[in-house]
Design a protein around this ligand. Structure first.
Ligand code: NAD
Length: 391
C-alpha cells in the first residue's frame, strides 16, 4: 500500500516549461507534482505567448514575477533567488526539448522531460553525459510506467511465472487523427511537422509508450527491427500516421508493435501481450487495474490491483493508493512517478547513494532507447522495410 507519510522537510521547488493553457499534457504534470506535496509549483515559462503565460500562471497561483516569457529568463532569474526552483519539467513540443533540458542542467536544475526526449540519439546521449557531469536527476515522462499492474507484470516475468519470454506484442493504436485534424488543431499541427515533431509522428508520439513498458516488464533488449510506415492522410508525408514494426530481442524472442493514429473508432488500444513458454500476460491501458494471466491449459485469470495475491514487495514506494475495486487511473500512475522523482532528487541533494539506487524510475537511458526506436524505424522504413540493427 502507498505510504502517505513520506514527506520532505521542505518540498522541492519546481518549475514548468510549456504546458500552458489548453495544452494537452501540462495539467498532468502539475497534478502529479502537486499530489503528494513533495513538490511546490513556484515558477513557469508556460507558453510561447508571454501574456497568456502571465495570465494563466497567475490565475493558477504563481507570483506574477515568476511567470516568465522565456525559459532562459526563468533559469537565470530563479538561479539568483534564495528560493529559486530546484527542478523543472519540460512539456513543450519535441524539437525544443534538447535546448531547454541542456540549459536547465547547466543552470543546476534537476530535469523531468517529455518524450521523445530529443530528435536524435546523439543529443540524448549528450544530455545523459551532461546530467552525470552536473550530478543532476534526469527523468523521461513515460507516464504509464507508474501503474502498479505494470510492476506486477515485471515481477511475474522476473520470477518465471510465464517461463522464458518468446513473443512481445505491443500496440498503441488510436483513431484521433483519422481525419486531417491538424487543419484546426495546434497540438496536431506541430506533430505533423518534421522540424518540430522529428523524423516520425506516431511511432514517437505513441509507439514509444508500449515499447518502454514492454521492455521494462521483460528486461529484454532489441537487437534488430523491421518497420513499414504509411501516411494514410497524404499531407502528413513523410511523417507516418500508421506503422507496423517487427522486433528481434537478445534472448531469441520476437515481437511486434503497431502504432497508429488512424485506427478509426479506437480510443487508445494501448496493449501489451507478453507470451512466455508456459503462460501469457496482457495489459490494456484503458483497464489499467487489471492484468490478464493466462496459463496454458487453465482458465484465464484477471489479476486485480490492490489484492493480497499480488507480489507485495515490488518496490519501496508502494504504489496502490486505494483498495482493489476502486479504480485508479492515469493521474495515480503519473503521481507514482513524480513521487519517485521527488525521493530521488532529495536523495541526490542529500548525497544518499543507497536511496538513489533503491528507487526505479524512467531515466535518461529509457529516453535514449525511445529515440533509438524512432531512428531505427525510420531508417528501416525509408529503406523499403528492411531489417536494421537497433541503434
Ligand atoms: P501542446 O501543443 O498541447 O502544448 C505545448 C505547450 O508548450 C503550449 O502551451 C505552448 O505554448 C508551449 N510551448 C511551446 N514552445 C514553448 C517554449 N519554447 N517555451 C515555453 N512554452 C512553449 O503539446 P502537448 O501535447 O502538451 O505536448 C508537449 C510534449 O509532451 C510533447 O513532447 C509530447 O510528445 C509530450 N506528450 C507526452 C505525453 C505523455 O503521455 N507522456 C502525452 C502528451 C504529450
Amino acid at each position: 500500500m502507498f505510504n502517505e507519510e513520506t514527506r520532505l522537510s521542505v518540498p522541492i521547488r519546481w518549475g514548468l516549461v510549456g504546458g500552458g493553457r489548453g495544452s494537452e499534457i501540462g495539467h498532468s504534470h502539475r497534478a502529479a507534482a502537486a499530489r503528494d506535496h513533495l513538490f511546490t509549483f513556484v515558477a513557469g515559462a508556460l507558453d510561447l505567448d508571454a501574456d497568456r503565460c502571465a495570465d494563466f500562471g497567475h490565475k493558477m497561483g504563481l507570483d506574477q514575477d515568476r511567470c516568465y516569457p522565456h525559459y532562459k529568463a526563468m533559469f537565470l532569474s530563479e538561479s539568483q533567488r534564495d528560493d529559486g526552483i530546484q527542478a523543472v519539467s519540460i512539456a513543450t513540443p519535441n524539437s525544443t526539448h534538447f535546448d531547454i533540458a541542456k540549459a536547465a542542467i547547466e543552470a543546476g536544475l534537476h530535469v523531468i522531460c517529455e518524450k521523445p526526449v530529443t530528435l536524435n540519439v546523439q543529443d540524448a546521449i549528450t544530455l545523459k553525459a551532461l546530467a552525470e557531469k552536473h550530478n543532476r536527476f534526469f527523468a523521461v515522462m513515460y507516464g504509464y510506467a507508474g501503474y502498479p499492474m505494470i510492476h506486477q507484470a515485471k515481477e511475474m516475468v522476473k520470477r518465471g511465472d510465464i517461463g522464458k519470454v518468446r513473443i512481445v506484442n505491443m500496440q498503441f493504436a488510436h483513431g484521433f487523427h483519422s481525419e486531417e485534424i491538424e487543419k484546426f488543431s495546434e497540438g496536431a499541427q506541430w506533430r505533423m511537422s518534421p522540424t518540430v515533431s522529428g523524423p516520425s509522428f506516431i511511432i514517437g508520439d505513441c509507439g514509444t509508450h508500449p515499447f518502454y513498458l514492454a521492455t521494462l516488464i521483460t528486461d529484454l533488449k532489441v537487437t534488430s527491427l523491421l518497420c513499414a510506415r504509411q501516411s494514410f492522410v497524404e499531407s502528413r508525408s513523410p511523417l507516418e500516421d500508421n506503422a507496423n514494426i517487427l522486433f528481434k530481442f537478445d534472448n531469441g524472442a520476437v515481437g511486434t508493435l503497431w502504432a497508429s493514429a488512424i485506427n478509426a473508432g479506437s480510443m487508445h488500444q494501448q496493449k501489451i501481450r507478453i507470451i512466455g513458454e508456459k503462460a501469457s500476460l496482457e495489459w490494456w491501458d484503458e483497464y489499467p487495474n487489471q492484468l490478464r494471466y493466462e496459463v496454458q491449459g487453465e482458465p484465464a485469470q484477471v489479476l486485480e490491483r490492490g489484492m493480497g495475491y499480488l507480489y507485495s514487495d515490488i518496490d519501496a514506494v508502494g504504489c496502490s493508493r486505494v483498495g482493489g475495486g476502486h479504480p485508479e487511473g492515469f493521474f495515480e500512475s503519473w503521481s507514482n512517478l513524480y513521487h519517485r522523482y521527488a525521493l530521488v532528487i532529495d536523495a541526490i541533494e542529500r548525497q544518499d547513494e543507497e536511496a538513489q539506487k533503491s528507487l526505479w524510475y524512467p531515466d535518461i537511458d529509457a529516453g535514449i532507447d525511445g529515440v533509438k526506436l524512432i531512428n531505427s524505424c525510420v531508417k528501416s522504413a525509408d529503406a523499403g522495410a528492411v531489417w536494421v540493427d537497433y541503434e
